[in-house]
Structures are given as structure tokens and as C-alpha cells.
Design a protein around this ligand. Sequence first.
Ligand code: 8YV
Length: 325
Amino acid sequence: MHKPRILIARAIFPEVVERLSQHFEVEANPQDVVWTLPELLARLADKDGLLSTGSQRIDSELMAVCPRLKIVANMAVGYNNFDIEAMTAAGVQGTNTPDVLTETTADFGFALLLAAARRVSEAEHYLRAGQWQSWRYDLFAGAEVHGSTLGIIGMGRIGQGIAQRGALGFGMEVIYHNRTPLEPAVEAQCQARYVGKEMLLRSADHVLLVLPYTAESHHTIGAPELALMKPTATLVNIARGGIVDDAALAHALRTRQIAAAGLDVFEDEPAVHPDLLALTNVVLTPHIASATVTTRLAMANLAADNLIAFFAGRGALTPVNRVVD
Ligand code: 8YV
């Protein structure tokens, strides 16, 4: 019988490509070429499935030229690259990689928070530039993290992981805002208290963003929200670019309306707003919150498992839409 044809859009672990090759006719991208849309479409036109890393928009235009396409398996928990309505209408299954990256990504939220609040990158650049002459009482004095108030916007699995780290590990008071408050038992486990968005922005010493990107969450943090935050506050975004208005944030950081920021995602990534690049009070990382070897391998394997289960007729393991035959 003819094996289904799969396209793997970017380079991934060779052992996962090998595993997929046992089930499918695979076209991979070991050189990790970032294909243009026409280049991608030329390869996808005769494929039954796609393993995507989440940057490719899957919409009706794409599906119109890929009539065989039945499933897109994202190697990412976020799936804002999917036009879910269009995919469901076209009978295309979408899947993501939840759970396997929760703790690793929560760790990185804390890494960015600590680096930004305690001015780690700024201090290291200073030292490497040979500017360190002597000890000073206020040299890179930053903001306290332990015992402070942590505000989390978006309280899904990763948000909850961050809350637990804050409450249990750093003795922080944790407040959160979410579309819907958590069940009381989950709230108790996270030692977190639900508050309105404005209250959160006004009272948090540090604000962490962990919400999905949707039309509603576009610019959740812009100039009006930054104006509510404390001048000593840190803002951390490990969710998606577009949740923060990067130009407004650069202005707030430059004018010291807030003290610092840590950003792993950007509005127009991989391009970074030039005003952010010019500032020292922001820690900038290239979308690596889930990047440990173990977690990225688990993500790739879960994306592969979704493809394998789907084509074996067992149904995708972690579907994000409901497709009826
Ligand atoms: C991914 C992420 O590494 O899972 C997500 O949603 O943002 C990251 O973990 C990135 O999207 C590339 O796949």
C-alpha cells in the first residue's frame, strides 16, 4: 500500500526523521532552509501531512493548493499559525505539543525574570567590555525577586508552573489574570489569587505574560497598560510577539516608566524592534523558552506521534480542532 507523504518543514532531530520514515514517505529539510511560501507550497502540494514548527500560517489559500493535506502537526504548544476555522472547514486536523514543554518553559520564564530584574545581561556586557574598575554599593543594583508580588497574565499550564515556582521557591505573593478564574483547588495548588487586569498591573512587582496569541490578546500590553505598572517593575513575555506593543514597551523602558523587561518573543520576529535593541534594560532572547535538548526532542516526538496515530486511524493524540470525516 502507498505510504502517506509527509513534509517536515524545518530541520529536526535526525532520529525523529528516521522514525517518521518508517511510517511515511518523508521529504525532510536537513539543511534547515527557511523556504519562501512558494518554495514551501511547491513541496507541500502533493503531501498528506505537514510537520511544522509553528511559523507557517495554515489558511485557506495554502489549503487550496494542497488538496491532499489532512493534518498539520505543530512542534509547538502555540498554534496561532492555524486558521482553525478554515482548517476545520477543509477537514484538516491540527495538533500541538502541550504538556511536554510546560516545566521547561516555566523555568525559562524565571530565567528571564531573574536576568532582567537582577540586570544579569547588562552586568555581563559591562564586565566583558572591561569597564569593571572596582566594587560599588549600587553597581547593577536591581529589583528584589524573592518575596515580591508576581503578576501572571494567562494561567494555563505554563502560567501555573510559574506560579508554583514563585510561591514555593521564591516566597512570592502570586496574583493572576485569566479569561476565567481557575478552579479553587487549582488556585490553592498554585497559591495564586485571581485579580482584574488593571489591579494586577498596578500591584505586581513583576509581570509575566503566558497567554495565547489571539485577536483578543493582541497588544494586551500597550502604552496604557505600561502606564499602570510600577516604575520598579519588570515585564516578561515568553508567550507570543504581538501580545506586547514592542514600540510602546521600548518607550516605557527608555523613559524608565518601568525598570526592565525580558523578551523571548517579538512582534515581527526574527526581526527585533530597533528601539529595543538600543536599550540596556531589556534582556532579549531568540524564542528559546522551550529549548532544552530533552524538551525539544519530546516536542518533535509528540508531533511525530500525532502524525503516526492519525494516519493509523487512531486519531491524533493532542488535537486542537475537531475534524469530522
Ligand atoms: C516553540 C513555542 O519552540 O511551543 C511554542 O508555542 O513558542 C516554542 O516552544 C516554537 O514555537 C517553535 O516551534
